[in-house]
Design a protein around this ligand. Structure first.
Ligand SMILES: [Zn+2]
Ligand SMILES: [Zn+2]
Length: 345
């Protein structure tokens, strides 16, 4: 089969690789119809951690069941499914409590050994899915592959951030960063009865997308003024930091009100960051972190999409066939494209 594979640091290519096969009775094989390229893929190829040359990339996918192992109960060939971006066993203590990310059997599709033992990804004609009953989700009638594609990572991640905020109806929510996850957080906050959502983003076309879909928008320099204008100068009730790194956290702490909450969902690589602890104490601030969990949240996400409350496809601004995936990687790396989708028959 054809697949997008890791070629060298910073470079992918489309190659012919062997078809995956069922390795465990709980595996399924999925014929992939849609796979998306993610910022995590760009990071993976830029800083490969246990990623071998020729390994298949990609963790955001939707398709149809091709074949199931003897222990798979939920699916039969031909079923429409979306995948979570990581695997979990479904029956350990963590999984039973809805914290699948902590599962000891976690593998993350197509990211080398960064988040568990390496597992080939889904930017391919076929993907092998371990623990298929847990990792896959049936796509509801009326939900397109295009929408279901985003349940696995970015929509689940934006939604997890919003859940972690414990928004009260009418709360002013500031979202730092208008990348795919920030955009999803903006949509999810609006769907979860937030008041004004202020999305802070330096790139103009990303601000435009957010503005067209219900958010107030500001460039970073103008963010505090706008937040003050909608909160009588108090600051945002909740700030979702969807950039990662110290700068995103600093910006978030500059916008949150006294007794407010900062939720960081951006990816952090730096081991430490100087927490403004005197301010955090004096203003009784809350700082939390969030990681998406499609396995836990996709029923709600599917409901929100079916009800028309969220349309995750608004961020797609490039569609390519598998052969043109390397060019789409480049367009995303250069920020010419917000979100690229690979379409396969
Ligand atoms: Zn992703
Ligand atoms: Zn588990």
């Amino acid at each position: 089969m054809k697949a997008v594979v890791f070629a060298d640091t910073g470079r992918v290519e489309v190659a012919q690789v062997s078809d995956p096969s069922l390795l465990d009775p709980t595996d399924a094989l999925v014929r992939v119809h849609r796979a998306a390229i993610c910022g995590t893929d760009l990071h993976t190829i830029g800083h490969p951690d246990g990623m071998s040359r020729g390994a298949v990339l990609g963790h955001e996918f939707a398709g149809t069941i091709l074949e199931v192992g003897t222990a798979v109960r939920t699916f039969t060939p031909g079923d429409r499914v979306s995948g979570a971006d990581f695997t979990a066993c479904g029956h350990c203590w963590w999984c039973r409590s809805g914290n699948h990310w902590e599962c000891g059997e976690r593998q993350f599709f197509g990211t080398g050994a960064a988040f568990g033992p390496a597992l080939d990804g889904a930017q391919a004609e076929i993907v092998r899915v371990p623990h298929a009953d847990v990792v896959l989700h049936p796509i509801a009638d009326g939900v397109s592959y295009d929408s279901a594609l985003f349940f696995g990572d970015i929509l689940a991640t934006g939604y997890a951030a919003v859940q972690r905020c414990q928004i009260s109806p009418g709360d002013t929510v500031a979202v730092i960063g208008g990348g795919p996850v920030g955009q999803m957080a903006s949509l999810a906050a609006q769907a979860c009865s937030a008041g004004p959502v202020v999305l802070v983003e330096p790139v103009e076309n990303r601000r435009t997308i957010a503005h067209e879909h219900g958010a107030l928008v500001a460039a970073p320099d103008d963010a505090r003024r706008l937040v003050d204008a909608v909160t009588d100068g108090r600051g945002a009730d909740v700030v979702i930091e969807a950039v990662g790194g110290p700068r995103g956290l600093d910006t978030a702490f500059g916008l949150v009100r006294r007794r407010g909450t900062v939720v960081s969902v951006g990816v952090h690589q730096q081991p430490t960051w100087p927490l403004p602890v005197a301010k955090a104490f004096a203003e009784e601030l809350t700082l939390r972190f969030a990681i998406g969990n499609a396995i836990r949240d996709r029923d709600q996400l599917s409901g929100l999409v079916t009800a028309g409350a969220i349309d995750p496809t608004i961020i797609v601004d490039k569609r390519v066939g598998l052969d043109d995936a390397p060019a789409a990687y480049e367009a995303m790396a250069q920020r010419r494209t917000l979100k690229a989708v690979i379409e396969m028959p």
